[in-house]
Design a protein around this ligand. Structure first.
Ligand code: DGY
Length: 324
């Protein structure tokens, strides 16, 4: 019987084309919003495989009610929305989309470093609001990147790529926090988090969200940062204690923040972060280039094909749980 794949949101069509060319029936959600948990849980009953988005909650109850699924691929590198332990115990392979979005996400992190440290948002707003009266010698002053220290928390693919951009283009000194030393050609030095926080001019987060990283940057961490520090988060909003961040920004404990991720998402319009002059908030666009999103679509589809055909997934999150 023809196998059926459901894609929970309309994504660039390359992946669906690949799946159809392989003979699978592919349906794509026609809703211009994420499906609700209940909608997706019952929809999945009629399919063999799912391509899910980072905001689809694939928890224990979902998986138990859909234990027939042959494979799920998240259309994201992060997979904190999926209960991996439960998927493994039900023998459902889970795929994700690493590597293909590294460049795009590192570019957004770099963009946020510049935008936050050079006051792009408040400077642009002042023009829009009619406050651009003349060239001003002391307004909108920010901090240069060149020659400064970048602290990368989580030195995986994206953190390393950002570090390389900053070391090469801005002659920045790189320090990082990771579980082990990572070989690199940037003279980047592994340090403890406390040292990174107190020495960095820019701090960029590149960690997965899990129970050890949730709220790992809170009041004590902000208090130990430099006054000129710029915090950039392109990983997951929940890694930062957002109330503590807002307080640190309001009290100028740190200089600014550039966020591509927040807690929750979407961030409600009345959230204080949108009102602060020293915070720039993007709507989770780290991987939003045509190149990355096309490649993610293809990689997610390849994961599905592999899962349906009993092969190893190209990007397989729970490989070590499922391979003998
Ligand atoms: C991911 O893929 O996990 C990223 O957050 C997308 O920007």
């Amino acid at each position: 019987m023809q196998k059926k794949v459901f894609i929970t949101r309309s994504i660039l069509p390359d992946g669906a084309e690949l799946l159809r060319a392989r003979g699978y029936k592919v349906d794509v959600s026609e809703l211009d919003r994420p499906m609700t948990y209940e909608e997706l849980k019952s929809k999945a009953h009629g399919y063999d495989a799912l391509i899910t988005m980072l905001n689809d909650r694939i928890d224990e109850a979902f998986l138990k009610s859909n234990s027939h699924l042959k494979v799920i691929s998240n259309y994201a590198v992060g997979f904190n929305n999926i209960d991996i332990k439960m998927a493994s115990s039900l023998k459902i392979p889970i795929g994700n989309t690493p590597d293909v979005l590294t460049e795009a996400t590192a570019e957004v992190a770099l963009g946020l470093m510049i935008a936050a440290s050079r006051n792009f948002l408040s400077a642009e707003r002042s023009g829009e609001q009619g406050q651009w009266k003349n060239w001003h010698p002391t307004e909108h002053l920010g901090f240069a990147l060149s020659g400064k220290t970048l602290g990368v928390v989580g030195f995986g693919r994206i953190g390393l790529r950002l570090a390389s951009m900053c070391a090469r283009a801005f002659n920045m000194k790189i320090i990082y926090v990771a579980n082990s030393e990572k070989e690199n050609s940037l003279a980047a030095i592994k340090v403890e988090l406390s040292e990174l926080l107190s020495k960095s001019d820019f701090i960029s987060l590149h960690l997965p969200l899990n129970c050890t990283t949730k709220n790992m940057i809170g009041k004590a961490e902000f208090d130990s940062m430099k006054k000129n520090a710029v915090l950039v988060n392109t990983a997951r909003g929940e890694i930062v204690d957002q109330a503590a961040l807002i307080k640190a920004l309001k009290e100028n404990t740190i200089f600014a923040a550039g966020l591509d991720v927040t807690d929750p998402e979407p961030l409600p319009i009345e959230n204080e972060l949108f009102k602060l002059k020293n915070a720039i908030v993007l709507p989770h666009i780290g991987s939003a280039t045509y190149e990355a999103r096309r490649a993610m679509s293809i990689l997610a589809a390849k994961n599905i094909i592999a899962g349906l055909e009993d092969h190893e997934l190209e990007a397989w999150v729970n490989k070590k749980d499922l391979l003998p």
